[in-house]
Write a protein that binds this ligand. Structure first.
Ligand SMILES: [Zn+2]
Ligand SMILES: [Zn+2]
Ligand SMILES: [Zn+2]
Length: 112
């Protein structure tokens, strides 16, 4: 599942890395101190299903991921994430009407 994250403007790491002791894994000062400087605009981290290479859906802002596991996290639910989520959903689901982006697939493949 694709996810929206806020990157730290100082180190570029995800905001979540600065929390809950994850900072111990990096040499980064602000991560270790837990003082991130998150970019107000979320960054989309897309994931693709394997092996089809299809773009996976985006987690809804504020949704619980990996619930019930030690890796449970909650996606950011700020206004910027909601706005980005709506824009992404329109782009991927193809809202009613509108021109679809032309897609071309090269089919010529050299057998090797
Ligand atoms: Zn940082
Ligand atoms: Zn960092
Ligand atoms: Zn957010």
């Amino acid at each position: 599942m694709s996810v929206l994250v806020h990157g730290c403007r100082r180190c570029g790491h995800q905001q979540a890395w600065h929390e809950s002791g994850n900072g111990g894994y990096t040499p980064c000062r602000c991560c270790r101190a837990g003082t991130s400087d998150p970019d107000p605009a979320p960054t989309l981290l897309p994931t693709w299903s394997s092996p089809d290479g299809i773009r996976e859906r985006l987690w809804e802002p504020g949704s619980r991921r990996n619930a019930g596991t030690m890796h449970a996290t909650t996606t950011c639910g700020c206004d910027a994430c909601h706005a980005a989520f709506r824009a992404e959903r329109v782009a991927t689901d193809g809202a009613s009407g509108g021109a679809a982006p032309s897609s071309q697939s090269g089919q010529a493949r050299a057998a090797g």
